[in-house]
Design a protein around this ligand. Sequence first.
Ligand code: ATP
Length: 509
Amino acid sequence: MSTPEAQPENLMEAIVSLAKRRGFIFQSSEIYGGFNGFFDYGPLGVELKKNIRDCWWNDMVRRRDDVVGIETSIIMHPKVWEASGHVAGFTDPLVDCKVSKNRYRADQLFWSPVVVDGNVVGYVSALESENTAGELQTAAEAFKRKKAIQGPLAPVVVKDFTEATEALYALIPSPATGEPGSLTAPRAFNMMFQTNVGAMTDGSSIAYLRPETAQGMFVDFKNVVDTNRVKLPFGIAQIGKSFRNEITPRNFIFRSREFEQMEMEYFIHEDADWAKVHEEWISWCEAWLKSVGLPESHLSRYSHPKEKLAFYSRGTVDIMFKYPFGVQELWGIAARGSYDLTQHAQASGKPQEVFDEATKKKFVPHVIEPAVGVDRIFLAVLTAGYAEEEVTDEKGNKEKRTVLRLSPRVAPVKVAILPLLKNKEVLTNRAKALYTKLKRNYAVQYDDGGAIGKRYRRQDEAGTPWCVTIDFDTIEKPGDTFTLRDRDTMQQKRITEAELFALLAEHVY
Ligand code: ATP
């Protein structure tokens, strides 16, 4: 990872700009002005994203004996979402500003009374940010100055709009206008995207784009049990797109309306020590995040307070990541009891039980669910890896280099093959032979354009861990060695083809 000193103050801006400049991420439908909450992944981005997915799939499914994978449809029977509780309850509290027509999530709209000399003299508001309390305090000071009220100002008390009483709705100013009187009471806004299936577009044809992949695992539970030799405890995993009509998509790809999830339902005996299994999965997820390059210093845990959990939930712990815009949820690990299978058993009339050989009784398994977003890992990886450094080139000149210190596991390009000169066939022939051989197993790039220093910089920005230069020593000296240049240390050493393959086998897995 990068050291904090090597990261610019406006890290988020720098990441967005690099993502666009180098073809990691584009705005969706950009030529039409973009489409809020939707993104496209460019040639480098798609490789990085695929690597994140592949690492997860390999570690979660292929390298474990107790997890199997599935892929379920994005549009499922609407009854699935009724049974799961999403139709009734997959909502965020929405607040409208009647003047600006802006919409806010009530739990992301903050306010405070302005208290001068012990008296409430008005209210201020601010949207969620890295420094919401500071913004509210500044607004309170400005309010006091504007109204020319004398006396000591009390520190603000940060509350969100869901904590406001009805009498306060008209008194809290809209963040858009700065004036009170235009905010509505919060109302439940269902985040599922609706569509119609078939030729009719009446109520009977309504279906939903899935807001999570998890329900696919519950609905197919019996299919998997009946067709595979699985025994509790075991998991069913899936990677796929999910869709949520987020009220305020923001922070680049952190919160978007179309995103990708990697979820796993780990089914356990109803009498199993769920807390132990829950803890094991939290640790597993933390270790996995480190294996794809996220530093421990940026990771933390947040345990949901018991009183805020859904009634069926035993406990939820989120693994949080320190993004440039604050510490936010990356991976949620929930102990969900037997709620989901029981709901589907009731709604479908099809029992979702397994047989316990020991007690000769049937029971509904309980479940531990680690659920993470690919796009959030993508952004975390860029955040941790981005650095701007001052380096000295071969001629002794100082220059800035932008580098993405990505783990070789997820780096979009693993090795760049650089012939020292592009018009010397002895060099390019050897370089192309190596390139062709590496290409069978790894994502590699052949780059013969421009000075070698320039080519190194290009690869640094793309996060390529190693560059291999084919020079005259390769051809003229015994041993058929190349110059291997390390992205992070910028050190160079000579290496044989066999050693290069061994290096890749060790680090790219
Ligand atoms: P948040 O509170 O941030 O909205 P959530 O608790 O609703 O997230 P879950 O329903 O637990 O999220 O979804 C599991 C994971 O899917 C999250 O931890 C996150 O990584 C990812 N995720 C959820 N919503 C989005 C989104 N709108 N954009 C990108 N990733 C998302």
